[in-house]
Design a protein around this ligand. Structure first.
Ligand code: ADP
Ligand code: MG
Length: 234
């Protein structure tokens, strides 16, 4: 089983690496082409400066996000409050959301909701989803976050009232490099998917055109006894 897991991982990394090579080669070809044309014709490069910078930024974003996959991922699990995590993410995103004219609403759940998590990864997950919502909504959008629990699982819903996602794109949005944005990397949601998997959770999306999009994330709750064990151990 160990062996299969390893070869599955290698397959995924291989696919990502070849996707990455294509994604980097396209903007490189563009930049090189512009430079050659301007040299050959004695053009001033100024005309293409912005375009060249954009392409270079894109390559830089791609490589930075790609590292999230290829880093031998050390996950630092601790029992932590999901509620605290949501509050941190809202604090981090509030000014960005305001810049877009959006609002973030959070319906708080008062009981502590404890899950095993790597807090940095958890924050990265929520940031990616909220960032997408901010980018998708036209001005004055609203993001609703709602936390709840049942005996086994914690559920976090992140909903926006943006344009929604066409049904034929819904299954593709978690694929690496799928993007509908001019300057997108298409890596954000695939990273999210991996983070949720690493936490033994589930990540689902529901969307309706013209109405909005909801991401539904669940995590197994920390069981009472394992919490005590952890405390006893500490
Ligand atoms: P990127 O943000 O770089 O495009 P992501 O993996 O984060 O890559 O997202 C992939 C695609 O999923 C986006 O380009 C967009 O088309 C779609 N998407 C994600 N979140 C939303 C949302 N909240 N509303 C509408 N479309 C979304
Ligand atoms: Mg994104």
């Amino acid at each position: 089983e160990e062996h299969m897991l390893r070869s599955e991982k290698l397959r995924v990394v291989g696919e990502l690496a070849s996707g990455m090579a294509h994604e980097i080669r396209n903007p490189l070809t563009t930049v090189k082409g512009f430079l050659q044309i301007s040299k050959a014709n004695g053009y001033n490069i100024e005309n293409w400066y912005a375009m060249i910078m954009d392409e270079i930024d894109r390559m830089s974003d791609l490589t930075a996000e790609f590292l999230q996959f290829s880093k031998p991922h050390r996950i630092d699990f601790q029992v932590d409050s999901l509620h605290e995590c949501v509050l941190k993410v809202i604090a981090l995103m509030e000014s960005e959301a305001t810049r877009f004219g959006h609002e973030i609403h959070y319906q708080e759940w008062m009981d502590p909701i404890l899950v095993w998590m790597d807090q940095d990864k958890m924050i990265q997950l929520l940031l990616n989803i909220i960032k997408n919502a901010c980018e998708a909504m036209v001005e004055n959008g609203t993001i609703h976050m709602q936390l709840s629990r049942d005996p086994k699982n914690a559920t976090l819903i992140i909903a926006d009232n943006g344009p929604g996602i066409p049904s034929e794109q819904l299954e593709k949005i978690f694929h690496p490099f799928f993007t509908t944005k001019a300057a997108g990397t298409g890596l954000g949601l695939s990273i999210c998917y991996k983070i949720v998997q690493d936490h033994n959770g589930t990540l689902e999306v529901e969307s309706e055109l013209g109405k909005g999009t909801r991401f539904i994330i669940t995590f197994p709750l920390v069981e009472e006894h394992s919490q005590n064990e952890k405390t006893a151990f500490l």
